[in-house]
Design a binder for this molecule. Structure first.
Ligand SMILES: Cc1cc2nc3c(=O)[nH]c(=O)nc-3n(C[C@H](O)[C@H](O)[C@H](O)COP(=O)(O)OP(=O)(O)OC[C@H]3O[C@@H](n4cnc5c(N)ncnc54)[C@H](O)[C@@H]3O)c2cc1C
Length: 466
């Protein structure tokens, strides 16, 4: 188990159960968490550990053996190597008849799957549980939602179906050669402290991980947000969106389950808008990242927009902020700083703010490469839903991806501009700023942030990306 961290509606798990039954063997689910993935922090780790609490419970209720391994420091791996032992995953994979893993088209996942394949003779199969319409259904990258939407909607009846769960028939408990970790809510702070990760990014203020929390959030949305979604989703002061993106990112809940429950609850016109966001906009990002190996680079910006931004490099900037000023929400622009603080503290930002936040960075940095480097880092370090195909779809949209040319203006050329100053026309800016003002806790947090590239920071690679 890598990125589809759930027991229900999990195609990789169901594929494993079917094959295990055919081979007359039991299924064992191995789930490891390393300390050294990019942007590893208390925030991301705590979300996964909270998820693991649910996973133990949910796997037990389906009678499936699940073992979670927490690799805390580099010393763990070093000690293993000195003892001539392979990693728990490789040990298990070597003894298995078949390894089934979940597929994810970015971050460290494709590399991890290839690395495992190189180390074992056992067949390794990756199964896509990310999207409603499987990524490989589309044989090419789609440039616009207008072109992608009809093809996606045409495929929907084939794929948006109630889920049938299989029954594992062979339930022998297998011997595992490592000490699994079973977190509980009370032990998570101690486990975090034992890991060599960035402790300066604390757990998100109010968002907890796991399928139970995802289902609670879905219920809340269906009860109180969906009926006014299309009307109010643009206003960050209204709690009208689902806030399910962290749960979708960690695979705590499937997009199918969300859509089916929301469709049932209606009303039709509001649901249609929600479906368009969750299907068209989310899945075009997956389509982009799946087909475009350079999705972390400026090469993925459409040629017209790249050209416009290149021309705009010569235009004077209103101001250039340092990495640290941006990261610590110290630009002096109240709205931008409040938006950045919602990343720092809440680990989530409203979509309307993400757009303004990103567009502003374009004019406060020297060029598109710099802006992309900063946005990727801030988004992936602080946002629970970061490190996702949607991160790259959203961030590249700032640079013109999936968009069309608008009126020409300095710096942006014909790439769409959005002004922090005119946000007032769309929502109550003062209210948003008040809600995200820096209290003593936030000031304390800011003081603890080590700096832009203090710990395991990543530069955008310009050669290739996976
Ligand atoms: C600069 C920038 C960075 C972004 N970074 C991320 C990111 O790291 N991770 C991430 O999941 N999304 C990202 N987005 C897209 C979008 O802002 C979030 O998905 C959305 O705000 C999540 O809130 P929600 O769950 O309440 O959405 P809802 O409005 O409730 O929508 C439900 C789901 O539909 C999908 N969705 C909604 N709006 C969009 C959209 N505009 N584009 C793509 N999918 C959408 C999301 O999966 C979302 O959870 C980014 C957008 C921008 C402009």
């Amino acid at each position: 188990m890598q990125t589809t961290q759930r027991v229900q509606h999990n195609f990789a798990l169901e594929f494993a159960i079917d094959h295990a039954n055919r081979l007359r063997l039991p299924v064992l689910v191995y789930h490891g968490l390393r300390h050294d993935y990019p942007w590893a922090s208390d925030r991301i780790h705590s979300f996964v550990l909270e998820t693991v609490v649910d996973l133990y419970r949910d796997f037990e209720s389906r009678g499936i053996q699940y073992a979670f391994y927490l690799e805390r420091t580099g010393d763990d791996a070093q000690a293993r190597r000195e003892a001539g032992k392979a990693s728990p995953l490789v040990e298990l994979a070597r003894r298995a008849a078949l390894v089934v893993t979940d597929f994810f088209p970015t971050f460290i996942v494709p590399r991890q799957i290839r690395a495992l394949r190189a180390k074992v003779d056992t067949p390794v199969i990756a199964v896509d549980s990310c999207t409603v319409v499987p990524m490989k259904y589309f044989d090419r990258e789609h440039a616009s939602a207008a072109g992608f939407r009809p093809r996606l909607m045409a495929a929907l009846p084939e794929f948006l179906l109630p889920f049938e769960m299989g029954e594992p028939k062979f339930r022998t408990v297998l011997e595992i050669l490592f000490e699994p970790t079973r977190p509980a809510a009370e032990s998570i702070p101690r486990l975090l402290a034992s890991c060599d990760i960035d402790h300066s990014v604390p757990p998100a203020r109010a968002i907890r991980g796991g399928t139970a929390a995802a289902l609670r959030r879905l219920h809340h949305f269906v009860e109180s947000g969906l009926a006014r979604y299309a009307d109010d989703r643009g206003d960050p002061n209204e709690d009208a969106t689902s806030m399910l993106s962290p749960y979708l990112h960690f695979g705590n809940i499937s997009p199918q389950e969300i859509l089916l429950k929301a469709r049932e609850a209606g009303p039709t016109d509001q649901f249609a808008k929600f479906q368009d966001e969750l299907l068209t906009w989310r899945e075009i990002s997956y389509n982009f990242v799946y087909h475009n190996k350079r999705h972390r680079t400026v090469e993925a910006i459409p040629a017209w927009a790249r050209e416009e931004l290149r021309t705009g490099e010569g235009d004077p900037r209103p101001v250039l902020f340092s990495d640290k000023e941006l990261e610590l929400a110290q630009t002096g622009n109240e709205l931008w700083d409040a938006a950045q603080r919602s990343y720092l503290v809440d680990g989530w930002m409203h979509n309307s703010l993400r757009m303004l936040w990103g567009k502003a960075v374009l004019q406060w940095t020297a060029n598109a490469e710099e802006a992309l480097r900063v946005l990727e880092h801030l988004n992936n370090k602080y946002s629970l839903d970061g490190r996702d195909p949607n991160s790259y779809g959203g961030i590249l949209w700032i640079f013109g991806k999936f968009d069309r040319p608008f009126f020409r203006r300095p710096i942006y050329g014909t790439v769409r501009y959005q002004s922090l100053n005119s946000a007032e026309k769309k929502f109550d800016v003062a209210k948003y700023v008040r809600r995200h003002s820096a209290g003593p806790r936030e000031r304390n947090l800011s003081a603890h942030v080590a700096g832009m590239f203090g710990h395991q920071g990543l530069k955008v690679r310009t050669d290739a990306a996976d």
